[in-house]
Ligand binder design. Structure first.
Ligand code: ADP
Length: 210
């Protein structure tokens, strides 16, 4: 975790509380943290979920691995250090979105349990819901899909430090939800997440803001 570089930076607290903001906007923020191997289905499910939620009138926004690496995290590579910093920044941004009342959907491999735990702790500390969703697709299935041709390159030694091949993926110990994409189609996976959000009172049971 990075800390403040200067002692002269003081947190400014406005008089609008989160509760009042959410209530007036009829919004309920949360971070949905999708984790899983490359090709497991995080981006596909995240995009379909975002569409479903927005169509229901729920403010949601997706932070997607490759997209974020084009901008905010364009200076980061895939070393262990850079992966940690990548996730740290995503967690901070997701928390800001969620604090604002948006359902932030993140889709990053986020292979290390410690980094995901840090993301959760950051949310817990400020009372913003954090739901870890494990897209539990077996490596063999991900590799057979190989939507971006990355496994082929990793097997050929053209990419090193590739999660699942020569870098570990630490499965979540207690995720809020596990999705099995080799069994359930995208629509069913999205339905499962919406059911979880309704059960947690984050989204209303009928279309419209929660
Ligand atoms: P990730 O973001 O985890 O790297 P992607 O979403 O980019 O994965 O790729 C997943 C691939 O698996 C896509 O080609 C998608 O069409 C396919 N797929 C097949 N079944 C499912 C499912 N049930 N959920 C998500 N993706 C699926």
């Amino acid at each position: 975790m990075q800390s403040r570089q200067s002692d002269n930076v003081v947190w400014h607290q406005g008089d609008l509380t989160r509760e009042a903001r959410w209530s007036m906007l009829r919004a309920h923020g949360a971070t949905l943290w999708l984790t899983g191997l490359s090709g497991s289905g995080k981006s596909t499910i995240g995009a379909a979920l975002e569409h479903t939620l927005v169509a229901r009138g729920v403010w949601s926004y997706r932070l997607d691995g490759d997209n974020i690496r084009h901008g905010l995290n364009g200076d980061l590579g895939f070393s262990a250090e850079d992966r940690v910093e990548n996730i740290r920044r995503i967690a901070e941004v997701a928390r800001l979105f969620a604090d604002a009342g948006v359902l932030a959907i993140t889709s990053f491999i986020s292979p290390y349990a410690a980094d995901r735990d840090a993301a959760r702790a950051l949310h817990d500390a400020s009372g913003v819901p954090f739901l870890e969703i494990f897209v539990d697709t077996p490596l063999a299935v991900c590799e057979a899909r190989d939507p971006k041709g990355l496994y082929r390159k990793a097997r050929a030694g053209e990419i090193t430090g590739f999660t699942g091949i020569d870098d570990p993926y630490e499965a979540p110990a207690r995720p809020e939800l596990v999705l099995r994409t080799e069994r359930d189609d995208v629509a069913r996976c999205v339905e499962g997440i919406v059911e979880l959000l309704v059960a947690r009172g984050i989204v209303g049971s009928t279309p419209g803001p929660g």
